[in-house]
Structure formats: C-alpha cells, structure tokens
Design a protein around this ligand. Sequence first.
Ligand code: ATP
Ligand code: MG
Length: 568
Amino acid sequence: MAETTNNETEGKRSLNFIEQEIEKDLAQGKNGSKVQTRFPPEPNGYLHIGHAKAFCLDFGVAEEYGGVCNLRFDDTNPAKEDTEYVESIMEDIKWLGYRWANVYYASDYFQQLWDFAVRLIKEGKAYVDEQTSEQIAEQKGTPTRPGTESPFRNRPDEESLELFHKMNSGEIPEGAMVLRAKIDMANPNMHFRDPVIYRIIHHPHHRTGSKWKVYPMYDFAHGQSDYFEGVTHSLCTLEFTVHRPLYDYFIDELKEGKDLDDNRPRQIEFNRLNLTYTVMSKRKLLALVKEGLVAGWDDPRMPTLCGLRRRGYTPEAIKNFIAMIGYTKFEALNDISMLEAACREDLNKHATRVSAVLNPVRLVIDNYPEGQVELLEAIDNPEDENSPTHTIEFSRNLWIEREDFMENAPKKYFRMTPGQEVRLKNAYIVRCTHCDKDDDGNITAVHCTYDPETRSGMPESARKVKGTLHWVSCDHAVKAEVRLYDRLFNVENPGEEKDRDFRELLNPGSLTVLTECYVERYLLQFKPLDHLQFQRIGYFTPDKDSTADHLVFNRTVSLKDTWSKMNK
Ligand code: ATP
Ligand code: MG
C-alpha cells in the first residue's frame, strides 16, 4: 500500500513518501528551494514498464514542484551500449507524455571523472590493483569478517598514477588492472572495502569512440554526475540503498569540504515494479530477444514499453497502473491482472466497437432474400455521448463464432441452438432451426430464420431474448489474422525460480495465431495504435505487420479476466 498523509481528506491525491521528503526539503529552503531530478537509463536495452515506474516519478515530481527533470544516459560500459537504445529510450519516454529539459550523458563527464580519479591517486586515496577480479573478490571478506588488504594497496602514488595512464593508453589488457578507492577493508558496509572505481574496456564507445580505455564504475559515476548537473533529488530503486553511503562519500571528496550542508544531491530509494508472469531484468529480456525466443524487443508479449505499445496498451493505462501500485519502501510482486484491469478501464472509454469473428462457422438465414443487403448503423462507442456511427452490411450468409452454436445445448445455454431465439447484434432476432454436417460429423453451417419485424430500433425489437451474438456478413467481411497473447511465463515469478533456467519456464502457449478470422470492412481504415473492441471478445489493435491485403490484429487484453478465474 502507498503511504498516505491526511490530505486525502482535503480531496487531494495523497502524497507518497518521496513527495513528503521533497516538501520537507522545500520547506527548509534546501537547494535554493529548487527541485531537479533525472532519469538515468543505461542505453543497453529497451525500457520496460519498471523503468516507466521510475521515470513517471522523476518527471512527475519535477513537474509537480516546478522543477526540471533531465534525461541522462548512464553510458559507462561501451561493450553493451548502443545508439539504437538511446533512440528507443527517448521514443518510449515521449510516448508516455514526458519531456526532458536536457539530454545529458555520463560520458560527457569522463574528463572530469578522470581528473577526480587522478586527484584521489595523488592524495593517496586510490591505487591501481593488479590482481584478478577473483582474487579481489576473495579478499572482500563478509559483512561480519573484515576483508584482506591487497598487496598493491600501499604502492607509491606515482606508480599508481603511471599505471592508470597506461591503463588508459591501451597498453594494459582488459582485466589486468583496476583502479580502486582506498577506503576501509574492514568497513561493515562492503561497498567501502576499496571499491573498484575504474576498469579497462577496449571496446569503442558509442559516443567517445576510442578516446578512453578506462571507464568509471557505477558508484564512481552516478553520484558525481548528479552533482555536476545540480540534481537535488536522485530517485532510484531500493537495491541502491546500500550504495548510498558511498554515493555521499564520493560527493564529499569531490566537494573537498565546501558547503557540505546543502546543495548536494540526495538519494532516495523506492521499491521496484515487479510483474507476475514476466521478467524485468534487461539481461534476461536481451537473452529472449537474442536467442529468438520472442520476436524482438517489441514482441507484444514483452513487458517492454514498445512491446506494450504494439500490443495496444495506452500510456494512460500504464500510468494509472503505476499510480495504483504506488511508491513504497517495501519490495512487492505486482499482479499483472491489475495492469490488465487498468488497460480495460481505459480502453473501455476509448475503443471503437466493431465486429470480428475469430473462429467462424457459416450462419444461413433461410428466409432472408438471396442477394439482399441492408446497411445497418452501429455506434462506434456507446461510452461516448457524441459517438459517431458506422455502417455494417447485413445479408443472408453470415459468419458467427463456432462457440456460439451448440446442437444439444444444456438449459442455461442462451446462444444458438435449434428452437431457440437470439438477437444478432444491431440486426434481427433469429430462431435457429438446424445445422449441416460433413461426413465426419463436423458442423459446416448453421441455419435459422429471421423475424423481419425485430430489426434493432423497431418496436418489436423490445421482445426479450436472452442472448445477443456478433456476426459479420460473409460477402462483405474481410479476412484477417488475429494474434492472441497469453502470459509469457508459466510461473508467477520466473526470476525467482532458483533451480531452473528462466527459459525453461516460458509458456509455450503464449502466442496463438488465428488465420481464418473475419472482420467487418470498416476495419480496413484502422492503423497500429488505434484501439478497437471486438465486441464480446476483447480489445485489439492493428499490428505493424498489417497491410491492406493482409490484416493483422493483436489482442491487447480480453474483455474479462477469465485467466484469474481459471487458475484459482
Ligand atoms: P538491469 O536490468 O540491467 O539491472 P536496470 O533495469 O537497472 O538494468 P537502468 O537503465 O540502470 O536499468 O535503469 C534506469 C533506472 O530505472 C534506474 O534508476 C533504476 O532504478 C530504474 N528501474 C529499473 N528497473 C526498475 C523497476 N523494475 N522498477 C522501478 N524502477 C526500475
Ligand atoms: Mg541498473
């Protein structure tokens, strides 16, 4: 649950604990009463809905308190980063409706960070270590047992300085040396046990090319970047809580004791967004893409923002979901059905209602004149008072859902079964008579008769029938492919299954492709990101693969949450 204050009673949304902290700082006049935040993605993958939780807060509080939020690419590991990711990140943030004041790159500060590292070496506060990463790890100790000092810890500063230059000139192979801060090998906070602050990477950088061969580690780049930019509130996820003392330590060193009490970024941590039945780690998402286990970063089953967008999720649905789960100090696993509910709620307001038959069987209205076509009016969106309408053709041969007919139906079956009346949506009441079958007993057509006095809107149409079915006219409908999506993984928390690789937990039924669907012709004019409700079925959007000759639709979400019920 989100932490609240009592201003809910004043009709205002309650403040989360971060907003409360910011208001306290503002009340005390800290940082000249300004608010500056940043969203700091590493451009090594596409953004997922977890990142959206972070940047909705970063941009949200800046907006709320008249401050600015900058976009900063945390590009300190050239081996994994790429401009493709930079561009997708910008697109996704804009899609959710946010605008940054400036775009910065951690690589803009490489010179300043280098100079700072050189200063620390000269002051005896950093040294070049020639041990392997395994040796360094072995010497770390445990939280209750002090670590062991490196044999290189007390080498002369000049020697470290010379080696640091060599590390950066390309003379030293990757992994052969690192620069470590000389702090305290017995500190109960393991991050203070001489953390590695620079490593060698020979891979060219997406912005600085081959200028640098040494790159700062996260802890040596993030806080300083915040400080250089004038960030006041550095909001990040809970796993960084243990890094906060080191974050403060390097800023203190950087400031050399100047105005220590204010004008410094303040790190505040909040809980991550974790969704059931998916993974949120970029490393795992990248593996799914690279190994072809999904169709790309924007596969509609992915929790990435581009995947959700392609699937038909709206920015409002995502933002409403994020507001609903709130920001707290406690890790949680968020139920994906809450996200789906937020999506249904939003799409219900905006989606255009249309007819589509996904699993068709022919319905013949035996007493309807051959060759006659009626144009019926259908309301695009009954939730909207001023909704436009569109026309649908009605004729003797229709497609209906195979599931909407049953030859020997139980009592409470209100759909099509011999002898029973149903209404065809926006059209007439029909009475089912019989069905045709092939030699194997498969139903090839359903027959019925219609009552011409019951057209929707006619007085007779008030007659009560229990079932209303959707349909499309065989001669007028357009064939389409429909892609149905289910949970990407079979288990609630695939990232936490210790003994099994996450790949083994993928749901083999996460994608069903239906190629024999029929949709009304009206659908030819819709484009990707238009939102549709296939009546009685669910919400859909045209896929980017869709063409006039081959329509393709993605199911965004079903109309009702049948999944939760089925699996309880
Ligand atoms: P990785 O998955 O590789 O560890 P990351 O998801 O942390 O990477 P970054 O690019 O470093 O990727 O993330 C940018 C910001 O987004 C960070 O401030 C991070 O705290 C935040 N963030 C990342 N994942 C989540 C999440 N699931 N929920 C909330 N915030 C997140
Ligand atoms: Mg990260």
